[in-house]
Every structure is written in structure tokens, then in C-alpha cells.
Design a binder for this molecule. Structure first.
Ligand code: F3S
Length: 653
């Protein structure tokens, strides 16, 4: 039997462990990426490990998310990150250069390599046949030390794409259809490998929309073959020498297969408040739309924005709509400017924003009270846009443009009629406008050692948890519903994002939009336990959703299921992730009940723990879906303590 592309890459990076799906494997990591609103904790952790320099082939620190300097905090963070990168041999992408995933695939991605990024949409790089995995910031710090990284060996799902997209359809339709079929947690533990004639027809940025938003299925990653499209893309980026053909074997073995005919797709829309709530756009109730945002790493390639501009041509944004556009990279912006598409957007009344993530993570363009916002980004959780009363809908750039014109949900064909076919004339440039002047290259080691790291007053300490107690008795500080997202736990916005370097301050806003009384209650309780439903901690990789509760004294999260990246973050930051053995036990617990666990450290390695609800006088069981290595980390009191011991042992050996 032949091998999938995923299997080939994993085998070529194998260090130890098992290649059986679901079991733990340790891999060599080639590249890492971080971004400004998550990375301060990553570099504080790396500093604490007292290494001189990163030990990867390439690590990049992107300053891309929060470019609104509303106070001193974010510029302080950026100066800290820039100086830390200089000290540790890391590339810096300066503000205004573009969004991390778009830039990384264009300037650093290499087929067959493995990258780990401190952002859940890191799988974007799967568009060029690279295995890219989103993790928490502590995992990125670990990968930067060069130690092999643990990964649950994924199941590999073949997605065979056939046919061709119809004019007016975008690969956003493909990933929305996948979400509709697979759901927001159905991809857990899987890598989706896209093959077939339909995949071969898609240019790299179009593939990236699918790979990027595969994160919304809970998948470990998504990947496309490194084929002629990848060769063309890397050549157009001036990096033909980085191309290597990498394909799955004809008779490759897969754990599951999915067939998807592109020609059967029509414009789709993801409705509030989960990305998998997908229906045909023509069936959406015709609500009045107040905001349209064309932006994010998911859907602002050259082709995306040029097609949106063609929809706008000769039309104007509806008078009741505020339509904004943030192009994903400076390179793309300049190409669109050169080819006249930015002018078409401006002529239509589109508000051009800074080149950054911006509104995608609630940094600007918050919708009005009870507003309806249509976006080309990837998440529509309640509050994701900064206002929990708003409804967020996700569509393609073509549909977003049509919606901005009509003031209600519409597709490109509604504006262009049969002329919609002209959108198919848009392709990626044969040669991109390569300009690396907003990257800062790593310093040579002897110069790097002389760099002083600059810390503004907002750069506070990295809290380090204690090892678990033998006898835990703690109240339930929060009983949460299903599908709590990391946005619910750690809200996003220009103001909140700038607090992330200051845990004592940020922790006061933990669960702020979900339950504003939580932080004070948890602090008052001293130590506590959170109870959650299904898919706890879905969404963004932000590890502050673990650090802030840990800082407030949360010792365990007991849930029906926990999202992959968040589970890793809990382990890394000393909160024990536990799963109800019988999901019905969830109903036997109320907020403020007191729970007791005896002989906790003895029970942890057995992965089955008895929990007594002292208030209700009942005992229930929880399981620990943790690998041997994760058990060791939990018993050590988190990844930093564990890693320090590991590195000390390596030095001695
Ligand atoms: Fe940025 Fe949104 Fe992508 S926050 S990295 S544009 S998912």
C-alpha cells in the first residue's frame, strides 16, 4: 500500500513514538511562527529557558494583528518582540508587511517541511504541501528550543475534489461545504488531504482558503500536494529553488475518504454563531446588513480582492452599509493598486483599512448594537467582532461585495447576471511584486548576544503554575455551556489584546463577555474548577484562555469534550483537562458546588479519576485523554517546569 502525503512528511520528521493514529509521536520541527497578540508569553517562556538562540531552521515573529496603538501597551509589545527576535535569531515581519499566514507561505514556506505556529490558522501553509500545525505559544517556545514536539498521530482523510468551481463561487464555498458535512468538531485528530483534478485546478491562494479554515473543523491540519500549482506559485514569488514535487502515492492508504464535486457548489453562507451553521446563500433570510468586511488571512488574496472589485465595478456600496477592506499583505495591496482594483474599490465607496488582521479579531469595525455583519473571515462566534449582540455571517469576497451593494445577502450573480463569467478571467499574477524590505533578518550570533531586550511597563511576568496537590478540594467557579470558545474566555479587541502581556491585568477580564462576574468570583474562591460542555475551548489558539484561568486559581477543567489546541494549552499551563466519563454527570453539577479529589497525583497516571461532589453527595468519574508525555507535564506543573528539567538533563548527558 502507498503512502499519503501527510504520512510521508511525518515519517521524514519522525524522532520517536508511534505512527498509529491517536497515539503519541515526536517530530522534528523545521519552522515556527508567532504573532504579536500571542507572542509576548512565548518569548518570555523562551527567555526563561536561558538559551542563546532558536534551534529551528527558520522562526519568524510577525507584527500583524494589533496595529492600532490606542495606548502604550501594543507599541511596548512590538518593541519587546522586535528586540527579543534580534536577541534570539528570529526574523521579524514589521507592522504593515501583512498577515502572518499569507506572508509565511509566500516568503518562507517550503513543501515537505513542518511548521508550528502560535495561531490556529497556521495550516494555511498546507496550500503548498507543507505540514503546518497550530499550537499554543508555550508549544512554539518549546519548538524553538529544537526539542522534538509531541503530536497525536493524525488520521488522514482524503478529500477528492472533482469538477470546477462555477463563476461567482470561491473556495470559501468548498470549506463551508466541508464544515457543513464535518461540523466544528468532526475534524478532531484529522489531517484533510485534498487531491484529485479539482484540487489540481486550484491556485495556491485559493487552496490556502481551504487549508486555513480547516481549523474551524477542529482538524490538526489540511494539506494539498506540492504539484504544478505550487511550482508556479513559488516561481512567481521568486523562489523556484524551494520547490520540490511532493505527492501522495497513487495507491495511498487513507483512514477515510470524502468526495466533493466543485461544479455542484453554489454560493454558501455561514450563519451565526458557529462556522458550521452553513446554508445556501439564496435561502438566507434577507436581513438588512450594516457592515461588510472583506479581509483576513482566509480570503484576501490577489484573486479574491480583484474579483470583489469586479463585482463592485459600476456600482456603489449601499447607503446603509459600512464596507471595509483590509488586504492580507503589502505585496498583494501593491499588485491590486498597480492593476487598478484598489481604485475600483475606492470608487465604489469601500473603506480601505490598514494591512493587518484588524477587524477579524475585533481590532476595529465593531458592529452596532444588534447589527448584522457580513465578513470574509473565518469565525462568527458571538462576540468575535467585539459586540456580543451582533450577528456575524461568513461568505466569499464575491458574495461580500454583492451584499455591500444590495444591503442584504446577495451573490455575485445577483449583481452581474450572466456576466458573472468574467470573474473567471482573474488569476494570480505570473510574477509577484517581491519586496522583503519590511522583514528584519536575524543577526549573526555574536551580534545577537549583545542585544538588550526592551521591556515597557506592560511587559509583566509569565506566571508559572505549581504541580498538582495530592488532595484537591475546590468549588465550581463556572458551569459553561457547549462550544465555549477561546474568544469567550479571553475576549478580543484592540483594548483587550493589548493587555495580553500583563496577566494580572488581563485576568480581570477572563470570561468578561460570557460571565463578567467570573474573574472576581474565581479570585475570591482562591482555587476552583471550571465545568464545561462539548467542544470546550474551540477556536483561536490563544493560550491566555488557559493562562488567565490558571492565574485566577483554576486547577481543572472538567468538560464533555475539549478542543485540541486548548487542551494542549491547559496541560502546558498547569490546568488538568478532564472529561466526564458519563456525559450525564454534567447535569449533576451546579455552579458553586464543592468538588473533592483525593489522591489526585496517584490517580492522574491511571487516567481515571474519582470526583466527589461534596455539595450533592455524589461521586462521578472523569477520564484524562492525555499521552504519557502530557501526564508527565501535568505532574510537573506545566510545560515550562517540565522543559527546564528536560533541557537540564540534555545538558548533563
Ligand atoms: Fe489574523 Fe484573523 Fe487570520 S486574526 S491570522 S486574519 S484568523
Amino acid at each position: 500500500m502507498g503512502k499519503s502525503l501527510t504520512r510521508k512528511i511525518i515519517e521524514s520528521h519522525y524522532v520517536k513514538g508511534s505512527l498509529v493514529p491517536g497515539e503519541e509521536v515526536f517530530l522534528k520541527i523545521d519552522q515556527t511562527l508567532t504573532h504579536d497578540i500571542n507572542a509576548v508569553m512565548t518569548y518570555l517562556a523562551f527567555e526563561a529557558l536561558e538559551l542563546d538562540r532558536v534551534r529551528t531552521e527558520c522562526s519568524v515573529s510577525y507584527l500583524d494583528h494589533n496595529l492600532l496603538y490606542v495606548n502604550n501597551m501594543t507599541p511596548d509589545d512590538h518593541i519587546y518582540l522586535q528586540s527579543a527576535a534580534k536577541k534570539f535569531g528570529v526574523y521579524v515581519s514589521r507592522p504593515g508587511n501583512g498577515i502572518c499566514h499569507t506572508l509565511h507561505v509566500a516568503r518562507f514556506g517550503v513543501p515537505g517541511k513542518i511548521s508550528m505556529g502560535g495561531d490556529s490558522h497556521t495550516p494555511h501553509g498546507g496550500s503548498i504541501g507543507m505540514l503546518c500545525i497550530g499550537v499554543g505559544g508555550m508549544d512554539v517556545a518549546t519548538a524553538m528550543t529544537g526539542v522534538p514536539m509531541r503530536l497525536k498521530m493524525p488520521r488522514v482523510v482524503q478529500v477528492r475534489l472533482t469538477g470546477n468551481l462555477r463563476p461567482g463561487c470561491n473556495t470559501k464555498e468548498v470549506i463551508l461545504e466541508m464544515l457543513h458535512r464535518v461540523s466544528i468538531k468532526g475534524g478532531l485528530g484529522n489531517v484533510y488531504e485534498y487531491v484529485g483534478s479539482g484540487a489540481a485546478s486550484l491556485e495556491v491562494p485559493a487552496r490556502a482558503t481551504i487549508a486555513n479554515m480547516g481549523a474551524e473543523m477542529g482538524a490538526t491540519s489540511s494539506i494539498f500536494p506540492a504539484d504544478e500549482q505550487v511550482r508556479r506559485f513559488l516561481t512567481a514569488q521568486g523562489r523556484a529553488e524551494d520547490y520540490v514535487e511532493l505527492l501522495p502515492d497513487e495507491d495511498a492508504e487513507y483512514d477515510e475518504r470524502i468526495e466533493l464535486d466543485l461544479s455542484e457548489l453554489e454560493p454558501l453562507i455561514s450563519c451565526p454563531h458557529q462556522p458550521d451553521n452553513v446554508i445556501p446563500l439564496r435561502e438566507a433570510e434577507k436581513k438588512k446588513v450594516q457592515q461588510v468586511f472583506i479581509g483576513s488571512c482566509t480570503n484576501t488574496s490577489y484573486s479574491d480582492v480583484a474579483r470583489a472589485a469586479l463585482v463592485f465595478k459600476g456600482h456603489h456600496v449601499h447607503e446603509d452599509v459600512s464596507c471595509t477592506c483590509a488586504v492580507a499583505s503589502r505585496q498583494t495591496y501593491r499588485e491590486l493598486l498597480r492593476d487598478g482594483y484598489i481604485d475600483m474599490l475606492l470608487a465604489a465607496g469601500v473603506r480601505m483599512l490598514e494591512i493587518s488582521c484588524g477587524p477579524c479579531c475585533a481590532i476595529g469595525q465593531t458592529p452596532p448594537t444588534n447589527g448584522v455583519a457580513v465578513r470574509t473571515s473565518n469565525r462568527n462566534f458571538k462576540g468575535r467582532a467585539g459586540n456580543p449582540t451582533a450577528e456575524i455571517y461568513l461568505v466569499s469576497p464575491e458574495s461580500a461585495a454583492a451584499t455591500a451593494i444590495t444591503g442584504t445577502f446577495a451573490a455575485a450573480e445577483d449583481i452581474l447576471g450572466a456576466d458573472v463569467a468574467r470573474l473567471d478571467t482573474i488569476h494570480e499574477p505570473d510574477t509577484y511584486l517581491v519586496d522583503n524590505s519590511l522583514f528584519i533578518e536575524p543577526l549573526p550570533p555574536e551580534e545577537a548576544q549583545k542585544v538588550e531586550i526592551t521591556r515597557g511597563p506592560n511587559i509583566q511576568f509569565l506566571p508559572v503554575p505549581e504541580a498538582p496537590e495530592e488532595h484537591l478540594i475546590a468549588g465550581v467557579s463556572l458551569k459553561a455551556r457547549d462550544n465555549v470558545s477561546t474568544d469567550d474566555i479571553t475576549p478580543a479587541s484592540a483594548e483587550f489584546s493589548s493587555m495580553r502581556s500583563n496577566i494580572p491585568l488581563m485576568s480581570q477580564y477572563c470570561y468578561h463577555r460570557y460571565d463578567p462576574t467570573f474573574a472576581a468570583r474565581a479570585k475570591e474562591m482562591g482555587q476552583s474548577i471550571i465545568v464545561g460542555g462539548e467542544n470546550y475551548g474551540q477556536g483561536s489558539s490563544r493560550e491566555h484562555a488557559a493562562i488567565n484561568p490558571m492565574y485566577l486559581g483554576v486547577k481543572c477543567v472538567i468538560a464533555k469534550s475539549i478542543a485540541r489546541i486548548h487542551k494542549g494549552n491547559l496541560v502546558n499551563h498547569g490546568i488538568i483537562p478532564m472529561l466526564f466519563e458519563d456525559p450525564a454527570s454534567y447535569d449533576l453539577i451546579d455552579q458553586m458546588d464543592v468538588l473533592e479529589i483525593e489522591h489526585l497525583t496517584e490517580q492522574i497516571p491511571t487516567r481515571r479519576v474519582a470526583v466527589r461532589n461534596v455539595t450533592k453527595g455524589k461521586t462521578f468519574y472523569v477520564t484524562l485523554d492525555l499521552s504519557e508525555n502530557e501526564i508527565d507535564v501535568v505532574l510537573s506543573g506545566g510545560q515550562l517546569r517540565y522543559l527546564r528539567n528536560q533541557l537540564a538533563e540534555l545538558e548533563e548527558a
